[in-house]
Design a protein around this ligand. Sequence first.
Ligand code: 5AD
Ligand code: SF4
Length: 473
Amino acid sequence: MAAESRRFRDPEEVSSELETAREIKEGFASRGLVGERAPGYFIRTFGCQQNEADSERLAGLCEAMGYSPVPVPEAAKLILVNTCAIREHAEKKALSIIGSFKHVKDADPDVVIGVGGCMAAEEHRANTLKMSYPYVDFVFEPASAYSLPSLVKDAARGRRRFVRESGDAIAEGIPTVRESSHSVWLSVMYGCNNFCSYCIVPYVRGRERSRRPDDIIEEAKRLVDGGAKNITLLGQNVNSYGKDSDGCCDIAELMRRICRIDGDFELRFMTSHPKDASDELIDAIAEEPKIVKHFHLPVQSGSDRILKLMNRHYDRERYLSVVDKLRARVPDVTLTSDIIVGFPGEEEEDFLDTLDLMRRVRYDMIFSFIYSPRVGTPAAKMEPRVPREVSAERMERLLALGTELSEERNSRFVGRTLRVLADGVSRTDPGMMTGRGSPARPVHFPGGEELTGKFVNVKIKSAGAFWVGGEIE
Ligand code: 5AD
Ligand code: SF4
């Protein structure tokens, strides 16, 4: 019970924040600032799906405070930036956007500006925001997002706040405004215990904390009742789900229980650590029709020497044995991966091992990144650094092979009919729709807005590296 109460925030704390939100809303209402006249909020989100899901909770809190969404920051009374710290590029972009909000505050000093997310949880970045961005009213780490109403209240009274390390207990019961009603994120756990040597996530998002299965299933039921057709379970390492809570079910059992919910929907999950990819999870993917046959299994490198330096706790052989097991149980599985090039000490030979592993696995798609040193992680002190131009050249070769493999893998769909969830009309070509096929491919097909959020059967006629195309049958 003690562990349980440490894992979760006291519900009183959450209800006190929701009470503050109500007070703020009533304050706006008493000044006639409701409906069309409600103050605007604008959230800019960087980074991964976890951040997108967090922003949906921030949006829920903004609306509980009486704000309504506006499309541009200039129209907002509350601006939030949800930052990412995974690579330097993401941080620079966030800092530059935050810098650009100075003119909004100059034009209207009543505008409240807050910065959250992973970058906000780094001490050196939080200090920079405090010292060099005086128009930023508050900074909060991901686990403190639930306290947004009191941060906003304090900002309105002219009190700047910088919340770091307020503890990382889970706050249940936060209102959520989702971007889409048919395709939804569902966080099942937060944080990461793996400490891969290059990664900042465990430092900024804390240790693994799993939500209770009943809370997740309850939320999944509500989402399905609300029209969700695609639910993606989220966690930094969903394979560890439940390991922090005695007697709790694991990810395979959780997914099987969600599949029992009545309704026509599909279930996805991300991300997985290869060392924890269990036979039970593979069985669940193979046996449950609602689980999309897609496995995102980041390998990071194909070199045993580099994998060791990365602290990944598996070698090529072990990784390939998971892939073999998966392919044996789910022959049509779509396999995707993350790969880092230019990790400290990576030699040409190590890189060739990565290319070789890619050829062995035949990935449907890879997401590749040039190594970016993160302050406070062990790899940031490792030598020798790979020169930028060497990493860039390796990246080009990696992308060329990735594209070749994707084209080859996508060609297997030509002539087949895929069940596709229509996501929306293409931004560049209004007569076309994009959707997600099972197994997981972006699918393009002629269609109109009325199909959004519906399942359609698409006969695939063509395939490129990044999509497949066809027509509704
Ligand atoms: N530099 C480059 N890529 C990184 N990733 C994580 N940390 C770093 C870093 N310091 C990549 C990994 C991870 C993905 C989400 O981001 O490939 O799987
Ligand atoms: Fe980072 Fe490794 Fe955790 Fe993924 S598993 S979030 S790469 S530390």
